[in-house]
Design a protein around this ligand. Structure first.
Ligand SMILES: *Cc1c(COP(=O)(O)O)cnc(C)c1O
Length: 414
């Protein structure tokens, strides 16, 4: 009986990961992951690697915040650490313009709900102290929207997604930070999609006191590693006053293993949990790759290749509604309207991993994370055009090729 429970070894095929995430992990990262020796979480090179990661992360994020480190897990793990300072009864304004910022909103409602409010609707609490500002899918949160809400409600915290990956929209961080400063609100930002893709320094946004990102998008370090987070001293001081009900996701306690104790860098971390030498080695290499490429060059490369992809799908008759540079979110031409899910499924069945939107309206999302070469973009464009033709669309592939030639002609290799 129990022998029947042993399955064959799991094989997962290589696909073209052309979605909103995860991004394509660099072979150098996988090599470090698989080449690290077995060493415990207090072995000197593991601890040194964590300290070096912390320092590189400060350079990647553009910050002198001492409380800058990685949270084991995925983007939501980092966000959970960031939102851990939100306590029951805290007044919070949350801006929501798509799938991910609305999940951030749910997280905030779970944290800010009183025991009574949580018990009243445990999976979807509606605390009186949380105000959600809904902005329609496909639109950005503007400075005016933020200013109006913060002036009216004067909350303790305000939360926003920098880049809302669900609808592919960039929200106004300058406007958000300025309004937070004006109204003495502590801003919290979901930077899961923007870190490592856009050129920005978090220290240029003084109204924002907590930042959380992820391993698998701009940082290209999927092999379950670390979600970058960063907190100002004011955030940490607030947390010291209120405390929070988590051990593992406690920002002050989690920071200890990265050599951050009592607000200061120390030479050697102390135990918080069992970190993996493999994960540390992989994260370390991903940060080295980002810094070698440089944040500004990366941002330029994303902007350039996204503009080519955008122009190519527009030549196919699609209508792009996003403005992020790692992703295009589009409506199909009239003749294919309503067949988005079928088209995406057709592509995915063939190892071409594009995505639909995860909340209404249904649109198609094509991403270019770590696919910054003419060869990669040409393959995405060609496969997408072919898939549309397979479903019966009339695609002028000569016009599409002309777009590619115009931008990539002078570049002969990847
Ligand atoms: C992808 C994403 C998340 C979730 O990240 P996971 O790695 O899936 O946990 C959260 N917020 C935004 C804006 C995202 O793009």
């Amino acid at each position: 009986m129990s022998q029947n429970m042993i399955f064959p070894q799991l094989e997962i095929p290589q696909t073209l990961a052309a979605g909103p995430g995860p991004g394509n992990t660099d072979p150098r990262v996988l090599d470090r992951f698989a080449s690290a020796g077995m060493a415990d979480h207090m072995q000197p090179d593991v601890l040194r690697g964590m300290i070096e990661c912390k320092q590189m992360l400060r350079a990647v994020m553009g910050t002198s915040n001492v409380y800058t480190f990685g949270v084991a897990g995925t983007g939501w793990s980092g966000l959970d650490v960031m939102f851990s300072a939100v306590m029951p009864g805290d007044k919070v304004v949350v801006f929501s313009n798509g799938t991910f910022s609305s999940i951030d909103g749910l997280t905030v409602r779970m944290k800010a709900a009183t025991a009574e409010e949580l018990a009243a609707d445990p999976m979807n609490p509606q605390p009186a102290s949380v105000i959600t500002i809904d902005v329609p899918h496909g639109e950005s949160v503007t400075a005016e929207i933020v200013e109006k809400a913060l002036a009216e409600h004067k909350p303790k915290w305000a939360a926003i997604a920098h880049w809302e990956t669900g609808s592919g929209r960039i929200n106004d961080m300058r406007g958000f930070s300025d309004a937070c400063e004006r109204h003495d609100v502590m801003g919290l930002v979901d930077a899961v999609s923007s870190l490592g893709v856009e050129d920005f320094r978090i220290d240029d946004f003084p109204g924002i006191h907590g930042w959380a990102s992820c391993p698998q998008k701009g940082i290209c370090c999927l092999p379950l590693t670390y979600a970058p987070v960063s907190f100002t001293d004011r955030y940490i001081d607030e947390l010291k006053k209120t405390g929070t009900r988590t051990f593992v996701h406690h920002p002050i306690l989690e920071a200890r293993h990265w050599g951050i104790i009592d607000g200061k860098d120390v030479d050697k971390g102390t135990y918080h949990r069992t970190h993996s030498a493999y994960a540390i080695a992989a994260f370390h290499e991903a940060l080295r790759i980002t810094l070698q490429h440089t944040i500004s060059q990366r941002a330029e490369d994303y902007a350039f290749h996204e503009s080519v992809l955008r122009e190519a799908v527009t030549a196919m008759g699609c209508d792009v509604t996003s403005n992020m540079t790692s992703l295009v979110v589009l409506n199909l031409p009239e003749s294919l309207a309503g067949r988005e899910a079928e088209l995406v499924q057709h592509c995915r069945a063939d190892g071409f991993g594009i995505w639909p939107t995860l909340s209404a309206p249904v649109q198609v999302r094509i991403g270019i994370l770590n696919l910054l070469s003419p060869v990669a973009i040409t393959e995405i464009v060609t496969r997408f055009g072919q898939a549309m033709k397979d479903l019966g669309a009339d695609v002028d592939m000569d016009a599409v090729q002309a777009v590619l030639d115009k931008h990539y002609k002078t570049t002969t290799t990847a």
